[in-house]
Design a binder for this molecule. Structure first.
Ligand code: G3P
Ligand code: CA
Length: 285
């Protein structure tokens, strides 16, 4: 007869996600201080840091030669043709991408040393800022870039940005792609992960979705117009933070703060800091 002498069942080891304190209101500089100069340049990141942002936000694409570059779109136009970032090398981009396309934005705030704006790769950013800033990195289009997760974790390890004992985490990773976040979780469960959503109407996730999410994620990033108090409360009930994007006006920042969100993506970190400081001052009176 089967099963006469049963072996004790080994407990399955579950890996705990990292949760973050709810009380902080984080200012995430969307593509840097991108209201004032071209986003995703060292100038935009430098300006964001000087303006007091808690995080610089970096969208990642990967070139043909495996360089992780700070860029929102997966296509880039040069020689009057659209090129997939995945099909060109970083040197191609440096050689052929017309810099005037980057320099045409509002340069009033650009520091003189960064007049020559250009697309940068992640390692340049990490070398430039080291552990003096916090990074909020989005893995864009992961299906187009096999191996992007490994390369990202490799660089974060190389620059000793993980498993540190800082007040707020040095690195947060975000993506619309659940599989990509889970890959990161399997490699480095200590990194807080933010699952991104865009809702057409009011933001809502079912209890089942929330439970799945809370196995690996620390929070959600959602389009700001979809956020309600009920949504924020339902996220908090699973220890999930809420970071709406992308908010650039004072009134909306205040409204979202009052709804209890835990930070915002903004092109105007200076404005967000002003609102946060004012709210803290009033709160302490
Ligand atoms: O990553 C959150 C927010 O930045 C999403 O918007 O600018 O990447 O399209 P974006
Ligand atoms: Ca982004």
């Amino acid at each position: 007869m089967y099963g006469c002498s049963q072996q004790p069942i080994e407990p399955v080891e579950t890996i705990e996600r990292t949760t973050l304190p709810e009380k902080d209101f984080l200012i995430i500089a969307h593509r840097g201080a991108s209201a004032y100069t071209t986003g995703h340049t060292l100038a935009a990141y430098e300006l964001a840091v000087n303006m007091g942002a808690d995080y610089i936000e970096i969208d990642l694409q990967m070139t043909k030669d495996g360089k992780l570059i700070a860029l929102h779109d997966s296509v880039i136009t040069f020689h009057n043709a659209k090129q997939a970032v995945a099909d060109v090398t970083f040197d191609d981009i440096l050689l052929h991408y017309p810099r005037k396309d980057l320099n045409q934005n509002n340069l009033n705030y650009t520091l003189p040393s960064f007049e020559d704006l250009r697309i940068v790769h992640l390692e340049e950013i990490l070398l430039h800022f080291g552990n003096n800033v916090n990074y909020y990195i989005e893995i864009k289009s992961p299906k187009v870039y096999p191996g992007i997760e490994e390369e990202l974790v490799k660089q974060l390890r190389k620059y000793e940005l993980l498993n540190r004992d800082d007040v707020i985490p040095k690195v947060i990773i975000q993506s619309f792609n659940t599989d990509s976040l889970k890959e990161i979780f399997a490699m480095e469960p200590s990194i807080p992960l933010i699952k991104l959503y865009t809702f057409d109407k009011e933001a809502q996730l079912s209890k089942k979705e929330l439970q799945k999410l809370s196995q690996f994620a620390s929070g959600v990033g959602v389009n700001s117009l979809s956020v309600s108090r009920e949504f924020v409360e339902s996220m908090h009930s699973e220890d999930l933070l809420v970071h709406p994007f992308t908010v650039n006006d004072e009134e909306t920042i205040r409204t979202l703060m009052n709804l209890g969100v835990n930070g915002i993506f903004t092109d105007r970190p200076d404005l967000a800091l002003q609102v946060r400081t004012e709210k803290k001052r009033l709160g302490n009176q």
